[in-house]
Design a protein around this ligand. Structure first.
Ligand SMILES: [Zn+2]
Length: 76
């Protein structure tokens, strides 16, 4: 199991996000962000908006970089 912060995943806070795989961590982060936005958090809403500004190619490139760096993340 690896861990990263919400910020590492283009989020907005230092909340710890864990996952066995990049996919799982991405899912967990999405859930966290949705929860925060649901609670009315503006910073996380801004983070989503900034992600949406990226082209699909840029989003893909970011995700590839995240996947490539996943093994280097801290173990939990
Ligand atoms: Zn967060």
């Amino acid at each position: 199991m690896k861990k990263a912060t919400c910020k590492d995943l283009r989020g907005a806070c230092d909340a710890e996000i864990q996952g066995e795989t990049p996919e799982q961590m991405g899912e967990n982060c999405k859930q966290h962000v949705m929860e925060m936005v649901g609670a009315g958090d503006v910073d996380h809403l801004t983070a989503i908006e900034s992600m949406k500004q990226l082209s699909p190619e840029e989003q893909q490139a970011w995700y590839e970089a995240f996947k490539n760096g996943f093994e280097a993340l801290e173990n939990v």
